[in-house]
Ligand binder design. Structure first.
Ligand SMILES: *[C@@H]1O[C@H](CO)[C@@H](O)[C@H](O)[C@H]1NC(C)=O
Ligand SMILES: *[C@@H]1O[C@H](CO)[C@@H](O)[C@H](O)[C@H]1NC(C)=O
Length: 345
């Protein structure tokens, strides 16, 4: 079983003399192959990676395909999150995110299905230094963009990073993978999969800042792109293409506002995308706290401007959630999100 991997590594070495672009691709593929979890389990996974078939149109060594296949469940579903250097720093959002996943209710087993998409080398390096994470380096196509520092809400860098992310997510859909996308400032207190009901075969389940009580009213609810599930199909591929293409006509707007504008103008209906809004009772956030902590799967530090404020207030949420138990659950009060409230002033 080791033969195919060996062949690839040899191939990798040989290719170093070839054209620069080829070398880059091959080196990253090899880096990925050697960065899987160590030990027998890791070997087994590598074996599966190379042996399973890739979808039509994608070479078996398509770097993204390899990463997606490694993280996905058999039903071609995985969890995606994006990090940059500022998010990856020690005692920052990455660490809080991981702590919530490791200690949440039924969430620890999900970590193996999360692909951590690094926007810069520093974030990639930090990701790789943490045991058991699947890390993927997203290269910036437009060259000298440095998106490693904290990208303050609505700064140019913030907006560029958001659009790069949308293009990447569209690529994932084109590869035939469905996913939960989660921002790293979303704490996972419980496994959200059982709460993502797709009874009507919805293509998109998406969180909202405030929930108006009507899950089908995706037009009336202000959608939040920090947490959503999207199924891969022709409709959602078209939606993401259109969404990304709309950035040129929307200078200074963030992707979330563009999506909300598209839906108001009837894009979902036109493309046949079936969407449902996630109730803040289960997919909670700082804009509108769930009133029933026992139901909460995730808590998003939305309505918050700076990373520092998010870290302080999310830490308080984790502390409070650590006290959660079935008897106390209905009684739990969320801590005030005072740093986030102050972050706007
Ligand atoms: C895919 O499989 C996983 C593991 O069995 C499950 O938790 C998840 O709900 C499935 N996803 C979808 C979209 O069916
Ligand atoms: C759970 O919460 C109840 C009510 O607050 C409390 O009496 C009990 O000691 C808690 N149990 C644990 C194991 O923390």
């Amino acid at each position: 079983m080791g033969t195919s991997i060996l062949d690839r590594q040899e191939h990798c070495t040989l290719s170093r003399g070839a054209a620069l672009a080829t070398v880059c691709v091959v080196v990253v593929v090899c880096t990925y192959a050697t960065s899987s979890p160590a030990g027998d389990v890791g070997k087994e996974q590598k074996y599966n990676i190379w042996r399973r078939r890739s979808p039509p149109g994608f070479a078996p060594d398509d770097e993204l395909e390899v990463a997606l296949r490694g993280a996905a469940y058999a039903n071609r579903t995985l969890i995606l999150t994006v990090l940059n250097e500022a998010y990856a720093e020690e005692d920052g959002l990455l660490d809080l995110f991981l702590r919530s996943m490791r200690e949440g209710d039924g969430t620890a087993q999900l970590i193996d299905h999360v692909l951590f998409v690094a926007m810069d080398r520093q974030a990639f390096r930090r990701c790789r230094s943490l045991a058991g994470l699947r890390c993927y380096l997203l290269r910036q196509s437009d060259g000298d963009d440095d998106l490693s520092s904290e990208q303050l809400y609505m700064s140019d860098g913030f907006i560029r990073m958001m659009w790069r992310r949308i293009r990447f997510l569209g690529d994932v859909l084109k590869h035939g993978y469905s996913f939960i996308f989660t921002d790293m400032d979303v704490m996972w207190l419980r496994n959200p999969f059982p709460k993502l009901d797709r009874g009507d075969g919805e293509d998109l389940l998406i969180s909202a800042d405030k929930f108006n009580g009507e899950a089908r009213d995706y037009v009336g609810n202000e959608l939040n792109t920090g947490f959503f599930f999207v199924a891969s199909n022709g409709r959602t591929v078209a939606l993401f293409d259109e969404w990304h293409a709309a950035r040129r006509a929307s200078p200074g707007m963030k992707e979330q506002d563009v999506l909300n504008r598209m839906k108001r103008r009837g894009a979902f209906r036109r493309l046949g995308v079936r969407a449902r809004v996630l109730n803040t009772a289960r997919f909670s956030g700082f804009c509108q706290d769930s009133r029933d902590a026992a139901q909460v799967a995730t808590v998003h530090a939305n309505c918050c401007r700076t990373k520092r404020a998010k870290v302080v207030d999310l830490r308080a949420v984790l502390r409070a959630a650590g006290l959660l138990n079935r008897t106390a659950a209905g009684l739990m009060r969320w801590p005030a999100h005072s740093e986030c409230v102050r972050s706007w002033t």
